[in-house]
Design a protein around this ligand. Structure first.
Ligand code: ADE
Length: 248
């Protein structure tokens, strides 16, 4: 998967080159191409922002540099692929659809993805209308720019790209994979600060361990995220043996 990021701060994306993502980049499973929008400024001071029509505080990113930057990226992809495919362009904004695992999984199917990071008070609406296909938020709070949200999105998506995680790190057996939070986990030593690892985890009885973990997931979700628990209850029902099965 090739991810192209339009940003005023391309160096921020260097921090993605470590850990699991770094390994995926080295193994050519993922590429991150951070492009500086300022390289497409059309004045001698490389200015990309201006005052907002109608007044109000703050500056706005102008349409033309964003448009030219986007065009350069799309032209480059289409030349490389030797065809004209529709490429999704995501604008990171608090006004977007809130990111979740499902959306990340859907985006992970794209071969090419363009991300647009805003700054100042936002971006001229006209260029958004011409370039953006998806508006995504990472939560109901406002950050100073789209770079951190873009990195959150890249990390979340990458985990669903085949080959990024190895078996031990599998994306399917953790919080949210069934809409529930993950159960508590323990490692050595068996007793730490007088707290003992739950007996059942040392029983070697696989079926009982799985049952315990599922119950813990349910309890934890009910307690910490009642919204998710309600959703789970509405999409699952208990079978004759009392096991939860998907309903919808
Ligand atoms: N830009 C600023 N705040 C943001 C948010 N919460 N999500 C996505 N992009 C943003």
């Amino acid at each position: 998967m090739n991810i192209h990021v339009m940003t005023l701060f391309p160096e921020m994306f260097d921090s993605l080159k470590s850990s699991i993502l770094g390994r995926a980049i080295k193994n050519n499973i993922i590429s991150i191409n951070a492009v500086n929008i300022r390289d497409y400024a059309f004045n001698k001071h490389n200015k990309v922002d201006d005052y907002t029509y109608g007044g109000g505080a703050g500056m706005l990113m102008q349409a033309e540099p964003v448009f030219q930057c986007h065009k350069a990226i799309i032209d480059c992809i289409n030349t490389d692929l030797d065809q004209n495919i529709k490429i999704r362009t995501v604008y990171l904004t608090p006004q977007g659809t809130v990111l979740n695992q499902e959306l990340a999984m859907e985006l992970a199917k794209e071969e090419e993805l363009v991300l647009l990071c805003g700054h100042y008070e936002g971006i001229d609406e006209r260029v958004l209308e011409e370039t953006v296909t998806d508006y995504i938020s990472i939560g109901d709070y406002v950050l100073t720019g789209g770079e951190l949200p873009a990195m959150v999105l890249i990390d979340t998506i990458s985990r669903f790209v085949e080959g990024v995680l190895n078996n031990d790190e599998s994306a399917m057996t953790e919080s949210f994979s069934e809409g529930l939070l993950e159960y508590p986990q323990y490692s050595r030593p068996e007793i730490w600060h007088e707290k003992k690892v739950p007996e059942i985890l040392m029983s070697g009885h696989h079926e009982n361990v799985e049952k315990w973990r599922f119950e813990q997931s349910l309890m934890r979700t009910k307690e910490r995220r009642p919204d998710l628990y309600e959703k789970f209850e509405n999409t699952h029902k208990k079978d004759k043996k009392g096991r939860w099965i998907r309903n919808i």
